[in-house]
Every structure is written in structure tokens, then in C-alpha cells.
Design a protein around this ligand. Structure first.
Ligand SMILES: Cc1cc2nc3c(=O)[nH]c(=O)nc-3n(C[C@H](O)[C@H](O)[C@H](O)COP(=O)(O)O)c2cc1C
Length: 202
């Protein structure tokens, strides 16, 4: 069992992106996409960047306890699912200020699944031109292809963690993306790379 951090980069509340991340987290915790794996699901932790103290985040105050805990939660994760809405043809500025407080190699050795939600299929390429490069720059050596979901393909539930309904068009691509993350974790396990799951919560 691996410890997967879902990281939400939308300032909105409620947020389609965040509910999509919870949906992916539920799949991973139930062991979906893990047919080749070890039967059990993964342990999920969640971090919404908008819940961090804005002043400390903008000032890159590494000494602030909430920022320290958030940075540690990335370090403690075996893998991450990083989600952002597309804003002005890129990922959100909120996500960027958090990525900017991370150490230079924060994502080294961790499979990372990037997810974007957006209003226009014209901005699918924000995944390849904006989000994936910055994750690679953070040492991400296993940044998966990721997936872009149109906002109109997500019907959100009433509560932040409520199950979403996903349009049929969006389902196969998302299932494949989740499967790729599960496979990457299985490959790490098979290679004997130790997982950090079970370490104390950050
Ligand atoms: C300020 C702002 C800028 C946006 N810019 C884009 C854009 O450039 N391209 C796009 O496809 N969608 C754009 N959108 C739409 C959002 O990406 C989309 O609705 C997303 O699913 C919202 O996710 P959220 O509910 O998690 O915030 C924008 C939305 C906002 C509020």
C-alpha cells in the first residue's frame, strides 16, 4: 500500500478540480486501476493549497508551521495526484506559489499524475506546455501523461468530498490515467523501492 497525496490547486470552493481529485483518491483507495498490483488500495491524503495561510504562502515563509507541514506532506508521499483548473491557458497561480515553496527536487522518485480541468478543449495542451514541465523541473522523473477533463463533464455533488458524476466521454481517459499511476506504484514496489506509507501524518 502506498501513500498518495492529492494536491488541489483551485482557489474556488466548491471546486470541480478538487472533487475530481477526491474521486481519483477514492478509486486509488479502493484499489481500482491496480489489477496488476497487490489487491489492496492505497492510502490517500489530501491537501488543498487554498487552505494554507495566504500571507505565509506568498512570502514563501518556510518557517510557518502550516507551510512546513504542507511541504512535509509532499516529502512523505510515495506518489502525488496534482490537480489544477486551467486559468488563462495555464495552471492556477495558487498552485504555482505552492510549487515555488517546495525544495528543488521535491518530486524526485515519486510518480506524479497531473490533472487539469478547463472550460475549453483548446487548452488541453496546458498539460504538456505548462503543468508537466514545472513538475519535471521539481525533479519529477516519473511525471505521467496526465489527463484534462472538461468542466462540463464533471457534475459535482453538494459537499466538498461528495462523489462527482463524470460524463461518459471523460471516463476512459481518466481510468487510463489512474491505471498508469497504479502501475507506476506497482513497478516501484516490484523494484524493491521502499514505500513511506504508514509514516506519521504530516
Ligand atoms: C479566472 C479563470 C480563468 C479561466 N481560464 C480558462 C482558460 O484559459 N481556459 C480554459 O479552458 N478554462 C478556463 N477557465 C475555466 C476553468 O478552468 C474551469 O471552469 C475549471 O473546471 C474550474 O475548476 P474549479 O472549479 O476547480 O476552480 C477559467 C476560469 C477562471 C475562473
Amino acid at each position: 500500500m502506498a501513500h498518495v497525496l492529492t494536491l488541489a490547486g483551485s482557489p474556488a470552493r466548491p471546486s470541480r478540480t478538487e472533487q475530481l481529485l477526491h474521486h481519483v483518491g477514492h478509486r486509488l483507495s479502493r484499489g481500482q486501476g491496480n489489477e496488476a498490483g497487490h489487491g489492496t488500495g492505497h492510502r490517500i491524503r489530501h491537501l488543498a493549497v487554498r487552505d494554507l495561510p495566504a500571507e505565509a504562502l506568498l512570502a514563501a515563509d518556510h518557517g510557518h508551521p502550516a507551510i512546513r507541514r504542507a511541504v512535509a506532506s509532499v516529502a512523505d508521499a510515495d506518489a502525488l495526484v496534482i490537480g489544477s483548473p486551467v486559468y488563462k491557458a495555464a495552471y492556477s497561480g495558487l498552485l504555482k506559489v505552492f510549487l515555488d515553496v517546495l525544495p528543488r527536487t521535491a518530486l524526485r522518485g515519486k510518480p506524479v499524475l497531473p490533472l487539469l480541468t478547463g472550460g475549453s478543449p483548446a487548452h488541453v495542451l496546458a498539460l504538456d506546455y505548462a503543468l508537466r514541465p514545472v513538475l519535471t523541473a521539481l525533479g519529477g522523473d516519473t511525471v505521467l501523461r496526465g489527463w484534462f477533463v472538461l468542466d462540463r463533464h464533471i457534475t459535482t455533488g453538494p459537499a466538498p468530498e461528495a462523489e462527482i458524476r463524470l460524463a461518459a466521454e471523460a471516463e476512459p481517459g481518466l481510468a487510463q490515467a489512474v491505471g498508469e499511476l497504479a502501475d507506476a506504484l506497482t513497478a516501484r514496489h516490484s523494484a524493491g523501492i521502499p514505500l513511506t506509507a504508514g509514516s506519521p501524518a504530516a
